[in-house]
Design a protein around this ligand. Structure first.
Ligand code: DTR
Length: 340
C-alpha cells in the first residue's frame, strides 16, 4: 500500500513538472519574453518598445511579461536580425537602413519619394511589408514596422547652399547617404549610437536624420544649425524569433497581431509630435537656427535627387526585385494615407 502511494505521488509530481514545461499552459506562470534594442532608452525606438511592452502586459492580463534591454546591452544595431534568428533575444528592434542590401524591398521606402511624416511613412512601410512579404524576414515573425520622420541636416556650420555643403563630412546611413552624396557632401556611415562621439571628436561636422535626435541625444548642444530638407525617412522593423513565436498560445499571438498596425500608427504619431517638441526646445533653450532653403536653391537640391529613384529601379529590377511596382505602390499608399 505504502509503495503504491509513493508511486502515485511520484507520478503526480512528474505530471505537474511536465505540464509546467509546456508553454502557454495555465500552470506555466507568465510567459517571459526578452526584447532587445540598440539605441539608448530615451530615444524613440525604445519609447515605442516600452509602449508595446505595456500594451502587451495589459492586453494579456499579465499572462505575458516583457523584459526590455535598451542601449545595445543584449544585441547591437548590426547584429540584431541574426541575434533574433539565433534566439539570443526573443524580440528585437532594428533599423533596416543600416543594411541596405539585406532589406531591399522595405528599404525602398527610404528613396526620395516625398513621404511627408512618420505616421504616413510607418503605415506605408507596414503595408509594403504585408503586400510583398519579403524573403529577408522568412526566418522571423515580424511584429510591426515604422519609419522616422523625414531627415534634415543638423550641423555645426551653417549650410545654406550647395556650395556650403560641398565636401562636408556628414553622418548618415543607408539610403540617406546617397542623398548626401548627390548634394556633394561627404557621407560618413555609422549607426546612430556612434554619432555623439563622432560629433564630439570632430570626425563629422553634422548629421542627416530626423530631428527628434536634437533633444534625445542633445545634439542641439553641438549642432547650432538645422537646414530643412525634409528628405527621406529611415525604416525600422520589430522581429521575433520564429520558434518562440510558434510556442505562444493562439490568444497571445492574436493580441500581438492586432497590435501590428496599431503600434506602427502609435509610433508615427509619437515621432511626429516629438520632432516638434525637440525643435522648439532646440530653438528656445539651445539657440539653434533653422535654415530654410530659398525656392530657387531648393529646386537645385531637388534636381540632383531626380536620378536616384530611376537608378534604384533599374538596379533592383536587374536583381529580380520588382522596383517599378514597389515605387508605384509606395506612392499609391502614400496618397491614400495623406487623404488625397
Ligand atoms: N535616422 C536614422 C534612424 C534614427 C532616427 N532617430 C534615431 C534614434 C535612435 C536610433 C536611430 C535613429 C539614423 O540616423 O540612424
Amino acid at each position: 500500500m505504502k509503495k503504491i502511494t509513493v508511486m502515485l505521488a511520484a507520478m503526480f509530481v512528474a505530471v505537474v513538472v511536465m505540464v509546467g514545461m509546456v508553454p502557454g499552459t495555465a500552470s506555466a506562470g507568465p510567459i517571459k519574453l526578452t526584447y532587445a534594442n540598440f539605441p539608448p532608452a530615451p530615444t524613440f525606438p525604445c519609447v515605442q518598445m516600452e509602449r508595446w511592452k505595456k500594451e502587451v502586459e495589459k492586453r494579456t492580463n499579465g499572462k505575458v511579461l516583457v523584459q526590455t534591454f535598451p542601449g545595445g546591452t543584449l544585441l547591437g544595431a548590426k547584429n540584431m536580425m541574426d541575434g533574433i534568428v539565433a534566439g539570443q533575444a526573443d524580440i528585437g528592434c532594428l533599423c533596416m537602413a543600416y543594411q541596405p542590401g539585406r532589406f531591399m524591398i522595405t528599404n525602398a521606402t527610404s528613396l526620395p519619394l516625398g513621404i511627408p511624416n512618420s505616421l504616413v511613412g510607418s503605415l506605408v512601410l507596414w503595408d509594403i511589408y504585408k503586400k510583398y512579404q519579403p524573403k529577408a524576414f522568412s526566418k522571423v515573425k515580424v511584429l510591426t514596422m515604422f519609419t522616422t520622420a523625414p531627415s534634415n541636416i543638423m550641423s555645426k556650420i551653417p549650410i545654406r547652399t550647395l556650395e556650403d555643403i560641398k565636401g562636408v563630412n556628414l553622418r548618415a546611413s543607408g539610403g540617406a547617404a546617397q542623398i548626401l552624396k548627390a548634394w556633394g557632401a561627404n557621407p560618413v556611415g555609422m549607426p546612430m549610437p556612434s554619432t555623439p562621439e563622432a560629433l564630439e571628436k570632430g570626425v563629422v561636422k553634422g548629421l542627416f536624420s530626423s530631428l527628434e535626435v536634437m533633444k534625445d541625444f542633445k545634439f542641439a548642444e553641438l549642432c547650432k544649425y538645422v537646414t530643412m530638407t525634409d528628405a527621406v525617412v529611415y525604416p525600422f522593423a520589430v522581429v521575433m524569433n520564429l520558434s518562440r513565436w510558434n510556442s505562444l498560445p493562439r490568444d497571445v499571438q492574436q493580441i500581438f497581431d492586432e497590435l501590428g498596425t496599431q503600434q506602427a500608427a502609435w509610433t508615427g504619431v509619437y515621432m511626429d509630435n516629438h520632432v516638434r517638441k525637440s525643435m522648439s526646445w532646440s530653438k528656445r533653450k539651445q539657440g539653434v537656427k533653422v535654415i530654410r532653403l530659398s525656392k530657387a536653391e531648393k529646386a537645385r537640391w531637388n534636381k540632383l535627387l531626380e536620378p536616384i529613384v530611376n537608378n534604384w529601379i533599374a538596379s533592383a529590377e536587374s536583381k529580380g526585385v520588382p522596383g517599378k511596382a514597389l515605387v508605384r505602390d509606395i506612392k499609391a499608399f502614400m496618397r491614400m494615407y495623406e487623404g488625397k
